[in-house]
Design a protein around this ligand. Structure first.
Ligand code: NAD
Length: 359
């Protein structure tokens, strides 16, 4: 039976970079006989312009029916003055909540060819390949009660609730262990169990779930130490799993280790393995329409989609190898340009990846 991918180009550079990613998807679909079909729909500002909603019902219906979704990016100054309820970002958030995409996968990969782009010493980061699995729909960002109240003495007090139920921890644990099975078979769970009861439970459930994955090694680390280790010796990690807030912070820090946002893919998955795949960067309105955007994060998002939602690992490996090959040839878009390399545009970078896949 064929599997269907929903393509959501979005706004700004979204359509330009997604066009290259779709060429790559079409190529591997033929080369590996994947039997995939795809269709497109509107999301974000472009959807608002056309339909009055950043997430039209038709897009949501197609997203629910798809096996996987490839998204470019949404947003831009054109829509910044809109009411919050119809801002382009609402399209993204609506997809995440409607599809219950609770597991966010953020790899931080630094191709050795780009080690100079990092603010850390090349020997510390060259060849870095970490996957941060962040719980996306629970924890302190969603816990109730929350708010700002006035105490009896007239002083105001802000408060939030950090809460995770056993089932929420269990499902993100499974996501992390399953992901580790596809990689280096090591999971490091990040907590603050010396202070927070929520994460005492988190740690306990991680241990329990680990028993179902005897082939994967589980370790634990306190979040403050994890932050230090990420900048001191980041290559020690394979998969890091953590809650919403710690994951928010650690995944941005890990992304910056690589120094090149145009290279980083991401994924958000639900319990059925259905996922939305997108580059970590935004719609880059400053360079939209110029044909200079780096399409590699979106192309690498296709590789993640094949690996994590479509179960087509050889095709995913081939795309990642092709990207590495193109970097070996010295081809760079403007954002990762360096001395001695050839600067190319979006289309030429797509051409080069296709040529490397065919070689
Ligand atoms: P951004 O990631 O769009 O851009 C930051 C900088 O990185 C810019 O200088 C941009 O030119 C550059 N850049 C980003 N992607 C690039 C690529 N592929 N190739 C080359 N250069 C690239 O972040 P921003 O400027 O803060 O936000 C712009 C818009 O994107 C805003 O409307 C924001 O809300 C939106 N945004 C969307 C998403 C998303 O769709 N997931 C994420 C972040 C920001």
């Amino acid at each position: 039976m064929s599997k269907n991918v929903l393509i959501l180009p979005g706004d700004g550079i979204g359509p330009e970079i997604v066009a290259q990613a779709v060429r790559v998807l079409d190529h591997v679909n033929d080369a590996f006989s994947l039997n995939l079909t795809h269709e497109s729909a509107l999301v974000g500002g472009s959807a608002y312009d056309e339909t009055g909603s950043p997430l039209p019902q038709e897009t949501l219906d197609k997203a629910k029916a798809a096996d996987a979704i490839l998204l470019g990016a949404v947003g831009g100054p054109k829509w910044d003055g809109l009411d919050m309820s119809v801002r382009p970002e609402k399209g993204l958030l609506g997809l995440r909540s409607n599809l219950e995409l609770f597991a966010n996968y953020r790899p931080a990969i630094l191709y050795p060819q780009l080690a100079e782009a990092s603010s850390l010493k090349p020997e510390i980061v060259a060849g870095l390949d970490i996957l941060i699995v962040r719980e996306l729909t629970g924890g302190i960002y969603f816990g109730q009660p929350r708010g700002i109240r006035t105490l009896e003495n007239g002083e105001r007090q802000g408060y939030n609730t950090y809460v995770y139920s056993e089932s929420e921890i269990r499902r993100i644990a499974h996501s992390a262990f399953e992901a580790a099975r596809q990689r280096g078979k090591r999971v490091c769970s990040i907590d603050k169990s010396n202070v927070l009861e929520v994460t005492v439970l988190w740690k306990e459930i991680m241990e329990e779930v680990a028993k179902e994955y005897p082939d994967v090694e589980l370790s634990h680390m306190l979040v403050d130490n994890a932050a230090m280790q990420l900048v001191k010796a980041p290559k020690q990690f394979d998969v890091m799993v953590t809650g919403n807030m710690f994951g928010d912070i650690l995944s941005d820090a890990a992304a910056m280790l690589t120094g090149s946002i145009g290279m980083l893919p991401s994924a958000s998955l639900n319990a059925k393995g259905q996922g939305m795949y997108e580059p970590c960067h935004g719609s880059a309105p400053d360079i939209a329409g110029q044909g200079v955007a780096n399409p590699l994060a979106t192309i690498l998002s296709v590789a993640m989609m094949l690996r994590y939602s479509l179960n087509e690992k050889p095709a995913a490996d081939a795309i990642e190898a092709a990207v590495s090959n193109v970097l070996d040839q010295g081809l760079r878009t403007g954002d990762i340009a360096s001395e001695g390399c050839t600067t190319v545009g979006t289309q030429a970078m797509g051409d080069a990846v296709l040529a490397a896949l065919s070689a």
